[in-house]
Design a binder for this molecule. Structure first.
Ligand code: TRP
Length: 354
């Protein structure tokens, strides 16, 4: 084998599309994405699908690492897929699918687990954080990063757009790809992280020094993409500000007002200084009213599309089925290649069996 001189970044199977591949996923852990997910991640996904051959999936197998009611998981999986599409992911252009629809994911996840040292897995900070906070961990939570590595390496992804919190998972993914290539000959693409910029960091409305977070923010601190206009206005009206009364961007001294200015600026497309100028001599009440209007208007097309998608679950299921079919074309070849390189015998095709 010529593995020693091979460039491990060369895909073993050249991608058919001219655009390089990217892949990302989200867990179906809530009944709605919030404005922070939307502006921090989904908007980037949408932009990237022009330049890249994108694979976006709902990580429902990862969601099993935390006990969830089956009915709730089913509902959230559909909602998450629908939100990708309502947010602008085009299922004709990008592959939108559900992780559990491809048995190749856990199959490659097993392989990744067998390439990972026990101590290496034990050093993953997310596992350590969750278990130190008293979460009653299952083995799935421990092997979570190996399944994630499989998700990524399955598609020869060149880049993986994720938030900073996923950086360590990408590092172990790269280590595993390099290790595989070294031991078994060049077969997996080593992905580059594409850490999404913190430019669009949206803060909790009730506690503007913490990030808006589906897992830690109170409901009043979140602007959910599914919130009705009246609810959005109410939450923004109740947002924590300060007492000096001046509409000015200063994230250290005036975190609440600054957060409202950031939201305004991103959604209105205007520069923060311009907005500040508009509000000279005006109070926070006015600012909140305007921000609420802008958020409501920005979310209107999203909410209309969501209602259509959730109103026709059969159509939504067809969309993700098509996505899974496209993903499967790539996934089955990756698993066959990896199994073969490692010495697993190819199955005898059924038709040849006696
Ligand atoms: N761990 C990711 C999260 O919680 C979700 C995820 C699973 C993912 N597999 C992935 C993200 C592969 C990117 C690529 O946000």
């Amino acid at each position: 084998m010529s593995s020693a001189s091979a460039d491990p970044t060369t895909p073993a199977e050249p991608t058919t599309a001219e655009r390089p591949r990217i892949l990302s996923g989200m867990q179906p852990t809530s009944d709605s994405l919030h404005l922070g997910n939307y502006l921090g991640a989904l908007v980037n996904w949408v932009g990237l699908q022009e330049e890249f051959d994108a694979y976006y999936f709902v990580a429902d197998l990862h969601a099993l690492t935390v006990p969830t009611d089956p009915e709730v998981l089913r509902r959230r999986t559909r909602i998450t897929a629908a939100q990708f599409i309502a947010g602008g992911v085009d299922p004709e252009r990008s592959s939108v699918f559900v992780q559990s629809h491809l048995h190749e994911h856990p199959a490659l996840g097993w392989v990744m687990g067998c390439l990972t040292a026990f101590g290496e897995a034990s050093r993953m900070t997310q596992f350590k954080d969750k278990t130190s906070k008293g979460q009653n961990a299952n083995v799935g939570l421990f092997t979570y990063p190996m399944l994630m590595a499989a998700d990524i390496l399955m598609y020869d992804a060149a880049y993986v757009p994720v938030g900073e919190d996923q950086r360590q998972h990408l590092e172990i993914t790269r280590d595993l790809a390099l290790r595989f290539n070294q031991r078994f000959g060049d077969g997996l693409v080593v992905p580059e992280p594409y850490i999404l910029k913190e430019g669009a960091k949206i803060m909790d409305l009730t506690e503007p020094t913490s990030k808006m977070s589906g897992s830690t923010s109170p409901e009043k601190g979140l602007i959910l993409l599914s919130d009705e206009p009246g609810r959005i206005a109410k939450k923004i009206r109740a947002a924590v500000t300060d007492t000096d009364g001046e509409v000015r961007y200063d994230p250290d001294a005036k975190a609440g007002v600054s957060n409202l200015l950031v939201i305004h600026s991103i959604l209105s497309g205007r520069r923060i200084e311009e907005i500040e100028r508009d509000f000279v001599g005006r109070g926070y009440g006015d600012l909140k009213k305007e921000v609420a209007e802008i958020v409501v208007t920005a979310l209107e097309p999203f909410q209309t599309r969501m209602a259509e998608l959730l109103g026709d679950p059969a159509e939504l299921d067809r969309i993700v089925a098509r996505g899974a079919e496209r993903a499967h074309e790539v996934a089955r070849r990756t698993v066959a290649r990896v199994y073969d390189r490692m010495g697993l015998l190819p199955p005898v095709p059924r038709a040849d069996r006696v």
